[in-house]
Design a binder for this molecule. Structure first.
Ligand SMILES: [Cu+2]
Length: 161
């Protein structure tokens, strides 16, 4: 009798574990639409300019100083809405107003794209919603097209937890 009990209980637990795994997989599959391969955790980010500990990074591109600040910090994956604050300065350090600003997130390791947003003017900069579909290493490209002049793109590594 004791032997039978011992073999039955783990079997029940095993079934629950399988069900839980199935539910988790289904939820992940819904989130991972567009992902073709698992993340390679090379640890080097996604190939852009790293953000500092306060989730802020600056890159100068074609004479424009483009700063991205992500909040909350650290960024969250899984579809929660975050905010991308973008400031653009010219070579003289003056805020560039009236530009068209877009943010294009992608996961290069997965050939996964999505969540492009147009930023709105906010204060002396711009602000956009930032939606990262899953945790991992994102490359967020900020595309700035000044009212007069060519588009500049600054890409930042954003790690979503
Ligand atoms: Cu992905």
């Amino acid at each position: 009798m004791t032997r039978r009990t011992a073999t039955t209980r783990p079997a029940v637990r095993g079934t629950k574990a399988v069900r839980l795994a199935a539910v988790t997989s289904a939820a992940l599959a819904a989130v991972l639409t567009g992902c073709s391969t698992p993340a390679s955790s090379a640890g080097g980010g996604a190939g852009g300019t790293a953000l500092d500990a306060s989730c802020r990074g600056t890159k100068t591109e074609a004479g424009l100083e483009i700063t991205l600040a992500v909040s909350p910090c650290p960024a969250k994956g899984g579809g929660a809405a975050a905010t991308a604050a973008i400031t653009v300065k010219d070579a003289a350090g003056k805020a560039v107003e009236g530009a068209k600003v877009e943010i294009n997130p992608e996961m290069p390791n997965m050939k996964m794209k999505g969540g492009n947003q147009s930023a709105e003017a906010k204060g002396d900069g711009y602000e956009a919603k930032l939606v990262l579909g899953m945790p991992g290493d994102w490359l967020v490209s900020v595309v700035v097209t000044p009212a007069s002049g060519k588009a500049s793109t600054a890409a930042f590594d954003v790690k979503a937890e």
